[in-house]
Design a protein around this ligand. Sequence first.
Ligand code: ADP
Length: 397
Amino acid sequence: MKILVLNCGSSSIKYQLLDMATETLITKGLVERIGLKDSVLKYTVEGVQRKIERDIPGHSEGISLVLDVISKGEHRVIDSLDEITAVGHRVTHGGEKFKDSVVITDSVIKDIEACIPIAPLHNPANLEGIYACRKLMPDTLQVAVFDTAFHQTMPEKAYMYGLPYDLYKKYGVRRYGFHGTSHRYVTEQTAKLMGKKPEDLKLVICHLGNGASVTAVKNGKSVDTSMGFTPLEGLIMGTRCGEIDPALVCFIMEHEDMTAKQVSRYLNSKSGVLGLSEISSDFRDLEDAAIAGDERAEMTINAFAYQVERYIGAYIMVMNGADAIVFTAGLGENSPYVRAKVCADLDYLGSRLDAARNEKGEKTRKISTDDSKVAVYVVPTNEEIMIARECKRFLNK
Ligand code: ADP
């Protein structure tokens, strides 16, 4: 069973072809600079990276090129597109409509289009991928997997903002949360690792990448998460500001003479650890700088780690306890430095990081001491496998 997973951004298409009999990767690639000069497809087959540079004016042409590379020519990995049993699309926003993944039909497309006003940066690109695949592979099962769906179990008290209720009724203004596919995958993997069912666990999952969010998962269900109406809320991120006093939006617009669009770009692309450190949005650069004695870099990492710590504390409180704290995504999986800062104050939980385990070991591992009451784990995420598992679920039905 071969499943193609697509993640379409405004000018990019990330893809993976997976063999779901064994959950192994067959090939993966990335189309970049769609509709711009110097568009390129970079792909990996059997560990060798290759690239094709050519004009790629739209998503349809991009996906068409990907399908050609996969199924034709000297680096093909399948002999016919018929070997692809399903395509899984990552869709950012499913609003309140989609509480689970769905098989894509005309009416599903209409409902995803209806979410565009609340996800203008993401859903249109995701839809481009869906339109293109339906045209190019009309007989193949297409499945939409939403970043928001896992968080649809949050109780009202966790998702309502202190704003006039009318905004919720008119526009659906509320917390939605994102990275749901990752939080769900990590929940399942952690439960396996602990030899328990997700239903029997309370987990705090820290997805720390370029975008970052913390989720409280109680009995297998998301009960609160740090991202909000958009992925801008919550933690300080690579280039996103995370939570700030909302009055600052007007303050910045007034004093820096910005329009609504400009301030949105400022908060999404110029802020976060990049804006704060004035060094980089990449934590590797910040760690190097901090270790070399750069005070601003150290302050930036401390501010980030402090926020993660604060969410962990809050979420353990709202779940009335936790069985484990889990680190995942680029930074969560790879930075002992940041993990140690986040976990500096676990004594009240009766827990402690094990310095050697934190420093190195298997990719998936426990990093707390064996006598810790609340365990701490590193569990690599894999959103593509989760999306492909969702496709498989529909194929098996
Ligand atoms: P996204 O998918 O949101 O773009 P990733 O999950 O790939 O992000 O994470 C990217 C972040 O992880 C970057 O800020 C990068 O610096 C950080 N990262 C990756 N590897 C390391 C490492 N070895 N040490 C510190 N940070 C790392």
